[in-house]
Design a protein around this ligand. Structure first.
Ligand SMILES: C=C(C)CCOP(=O)(O)OP(=O)(O)O
Length: 338
């Protein structure tokens, strides 16, 4: 404990969401302090493992959504600080767990916790953070917020299990895929944005607007993430590109390219994904097919579509710097590609 997470680190990565970073800065300082204190434990290995990931420069996008979506309705208490911290803990727990499930070696440009402390410690520290998140929610005392975030926790786990059950199956449809990303990623974005209006005690329509904004932003975010896995640079992403292919994870660029392919090309995909023939040579070939069938371009098109729905969801809300900051986050999600 004691080291304050450098806000500058997140700021650089979020250059295109400067308004959100600037507006939430004082509250994010409080969130960062709370993150560090709630990651503490007398069991020494807990803060060691947790702080390895916590202090490695995540974007802190989700807690900023919670802060903004409370402050935009004039909320001035401290419940949003605790809920924003809970949201980031839920996210951190999923990262620790995901890296075990996916056997990933690199996260945020550093070795994953599982490569340093092992799978068991990663899973258990993830569980600890999840427990801490729920204690903070109870501390806030809003049953509605507890309902939204606990539902999100179950839905995220469902999404991860669903992903496992469709893995390595080339008959996975676009609808299956959307169901997975709606659950594993978008549900937390939606919950992060919905608990703001809950603590600010707004009407139901406003809650739904923020929830829809978060859900569609989350879909766009994950679609772009899946594009970056094929089209980005490992150094920018802090993780290895091509991992989805190597793991046999079926994402939209692959689904589109498979559906549009010739018989031979479809046989290639089945071999590569279902039988695990994922050599670098096959990754190159997969990239060639994805390019041939515009898999990345069309996935970006879908992301832009969800971005528009997110934008429309905020349209009925009164104009404010907070609203503009949330709108710019949509652009950031797409601009991450540049
Ligand atoms: C849902 C996904 C794609 C996991 C990574 O999320 P982020 O890209 O927000 O991760 P950090 O900034 O917290 O590292």
């Amino acid at each position: 404990m004691g080291v304050v997470i450098p806000l500058e680190e997140s700021k650089n990565k979020l250059a295109s969401v400067k308004p959100l970073v600037d507006l939430t800065r004082p509250d994010m300082e409080r969130v960062n302090q709370l993150i560090l204190s709630k990651a503490g434990s007398d069991v020494q290995m807990i803060p060691e493992v947790a702080n390895h990931l916590i202090s490695s420069g995540g974007k802190r996008l989700r807690p900023m959504l919670t802060l903004a979506s409370a402050s935009m309705f004039g909320y001035e208490g401290d419940h949003h600080i605790k809920l924003a911290t809970s949201v980031e803990f839920m996210h951190t727990a999923t990262l620790l767990h995901d890296d075990v499930v996916d056997e990933s070696d690199l996260r945020r440009g550093k070795s994953t916790a599982r490569t340093i402390w092992g799978n068991q410690a990663s899973v258990l520290v993830g569980d600890f953070l999840l427990g801490q998140a729920f204690r903070m929610m109870v501390d806030v005392g809003s049953l509605d917020a507890l309902d939204v975030l606990s539902t999100a926790a179950s839905v995220i786990a469902e999404g991860e299990v669903l992903q496992l059950s469709v893995a390595k199956n080339m008959e996975t449809t676009e609808d299956d895929y959307l169901q997975v990303i709606r659950a594993k990623t978008a549900a937390l974005f939606a919950a992060a944005a919905e608990v703001g209006p809950i603590v600010a005690k707004t009407d139901k329509a406003t809650r739904s607007a923020l929830k829809s904004y978060g859900m569609n932003l989350g879909l766009a975010f994950q679609l772009v993430d899946d594009v970056l896995d094929y089209g980005g640079k490992s150094a920018d992403l802090g993780k290895n590109t091509g991992d989805d292919f190597r793991e046999g994870k079926i994402t939209l660029p692959v689904i589109l390219s498979y559906r549009r392919g010739t018989q031979d090309e479809r046989a290639f995909w089945r071999n590569a994904i279902e039988k695990g023939e994922s050599s670098d040579e096959n990754l190159e070939k997969a990239l060639g097919l994805i390019t041939k069938y515009n898999g990345l371009g069309d996935t970006i098109g879908r992301a832009t579509h969800y971005g528009t729905i997110a934008r429309d969801a905020l349209a009925p809300l009164p104009e404010s710097p907070w609203k503009n900051a949330l709108l710019e986050v949509i652009d950031f999600c797409i601009e991450r590609l540049n």
